[in-house]
Design a protein around this ligand. Sequence first.
Ligand SMILES: Nc1ncnc2c1ncn2[C@@H]1O[C@H](COP(=O)(O)OP(=O)(O)OP(=O)(O)O)[C@@H](O)[C@H]1O
Length: 807
Amino acid sequence: MAPDISGRTRPTKPKKQARGVKRKRNEVNLETLQKAVEELDPKAPVNSFDDLPLSQETRDGLAASHFKTLTDIQKKAIPTALKGADILGAARTGSGKTLAFLIPILENLYRTQCIGSDAGLGAMIISPTRELAIQIFEVLRQLGRKGHLFAAGLIIGGKGLREEQDALTRMNIVVCTPGRILQHLSQTAAFNVDMLQMLVLDEADRILDMGFQRDVDAIVDYLPKDRQTMLFSATQTKRVSDLARLSLRDPEYISVHEASATATPKNLQQNYVITPLPEKLDTLWSFIQNTKKAKIIVFLSSGKQVRFVFEAFRHMQPGIPLLHLHGRQKQTARLEITTKFSNAQHSCLFATDVAARGLDFPAVDWVVQVDCPEDADTYIHRVGRTARYEREGRAVLFMDPSEEEGMLERLEAKKVPIERINVRAKKQASIKNQLQSMCFQDPQLKYLGQKAFASYVRSLHVQKDKDIFKLDKYPLEKFAASLGLPGAPKIKFLKADADEVKKRKNASRQAAMSDSESEEGSDEEKDPKQRAKDKKNGVRTKYDRMFERQNQDILADHYAKIRHKDEGEGSDADIGNLDGEQASDDDLFDVKKRIPAEGTYNPDAMPQASAPEYAKTVHIPGAKEGLVLDSKRREKMLKSKKQLLKLKGQGQKLVFDEDGNAHQLYELEDENDFRARGEAEDQRRKFLEEEAERVAEADVADKALVKEKRRAKKEKRKERERAEAEESDEGDDGEGAMFGGDNNDAMANFLADAGSGSDDASESEEEQPKKKQKKWFQRDIPDRSDQGGREIETMDDLEAEAARLLG
Ligand SMILES: Nc1ncnc2c1ncn2[C@@H]1O[C@H](COP(=O)(O)OP(=O)(O)OP(=O)(O)O)[C@@H](O)[C@H]1O
């Protein structure tokens, strides 16, 4: 039995009579509701949800979530959608578009009684990211929790396919990502969409763009043509070709803010600063240092940038909790991070555009765009994470001087009001040196830096809008230095059509955002034979590329292990590239600075390294056995003492005799000498006896020593306690006097005096009353030493006392 939206299961066998009455009442309600919807004038003004013909369950759900009045987009879209029209909805970010499509879904399915597993799937909501799908599902759950009995579910991947399959066949409403739902449409035999009445695309322009094109077209092919389709976004598409693809029927274009002067929320203050690329991180760091009591989202262009900045800043302890979010993280981590950021009061989240659309983090104060967005629409969605539903917010965009003119033109065309501000010189700190020393000390960080650099340059190269992004205008050498790198990794651009690259980028982004990696089974799941076959056929996986990376030594242990495993399986991995992802044959970049495979220093490959194919090899004196290097590398290593030390062996422990001659710790005796001393078995027995005797003697001495130490300690403690008791008897009558004194000075004097009488003059005043209490307890214990008895503290005391009592 599928759980309903509110998480309850439906009653199975209500009493017959009650069921009859209830059904009758429902029928009357449904008829009334249907009539009210038919009579509804979608153009008539509505203000409150009470003005709309809605089921009691939806009204209760809205009231429980404290939604009373409608936002502009809701006022226009809900009545039209209740009447079954197709909709193209456009409204600013944070203006309540989610309810604008969820309420009609609940109501239209309710009126047609598309409820329960027999009714089939009635509505499908597609979102471009998993996070947004989860958020929509959560709003749906809240809205339906007061009595609706629909079965609703979330299909976004990250779970077992089988698990999802079972639930999917019983759902009435599904919230999903394109890749995963397509997988079910093509693989889950029992998943029937013939009864589907409503299709919603949230962030429609994104879903209809190149990255999702193939999936969306395939999904629509499965769905019945006779359905209601609704498209929502803050940056709505009106392209006829897109609408034709979705077979919309006379769609109503509802754009509530089209006539207004700005495309962004009124309460949003937007600024930009001109900061040359090599100073961006300085500016960002200074900004964070001056804005610690705030909730901030920082947008960067790639996951690698995000990782590097997050790791580097984390090491520098900025004094505000840092989080990071990108599409390559595991789903559980992504969920944990978004929840953490939602609940945080002050925090800084570094994110890629995976967080740019739709996410409704509460009370975000600042949106900082460190890397210029690819277009004005992306800008609008990014800044839309703040100033949501009547709240205020601020946004700042960092631009390289070369980007200013082009970007401002684009923003103006989209009605984005933005003003320039400058960073105060005295507030600007430089972190270049710090980053350089961090990268020097931590090769992993340096490696992340190299990857961040390469991915940033790549992102610039593939940008479509060349009026904004002019690759030759960026000071890349200085940028590399600003990341703490000793030099810019040399990158050669291969001839590649930007569109083709973008397509690939989108496809991989989509895989990260949704679930397409599971469509073919992830690389990890593939068996080694299949992997080898793929490689032969030219199919190269992310793991192949990973194994091909240079700088293997500084990869995380985890990757190193995978590499060893793969090599063990006879992979043809070569270790010659700076960054496999950039250097693979079909990729955009080729790395100029290739170190030839022969002679590459790879400690794991040392046995093979001495084979003849390493032509110019040489031994370094004192180096680990088997280490061979090519001549260039040898020269470099010989220059560096530190490098040489690394290669030296660990050394041996030696002992010196009286004449100063060195010996091994254990040396083998001459066999004849050994035999001259008698039979081996006798020698062994004798040795054991002697050792046992020696150990027994040592044991007696040790015990005596311990006993003596214990006795001395006890004596010392008793002496100290006696002295304290005498002193307190002289001073006053104990605790009563201490608290009975009528002024604080008296107490302070008392504590000071007690302190001076203590063994440990450094003891704090707070400790004194405790000591007094301890003393009290001690006085209550009868002192049996007067009676010839002993205080029992140790096992020895106990044994002695027992012996005494037993005579
Ligand atoms: N009628 C309403 N009354 C009060 N608050 C509302 C109402 N409708 C929506 N909200 C609140 O407004 C916020 C933004 O809503 P929502 O996420 O639907 O915006 P959106 O238009 O989809 O934004 P985006 O374009 O960024 O996806 C949410 O926190 C939501 O709870």
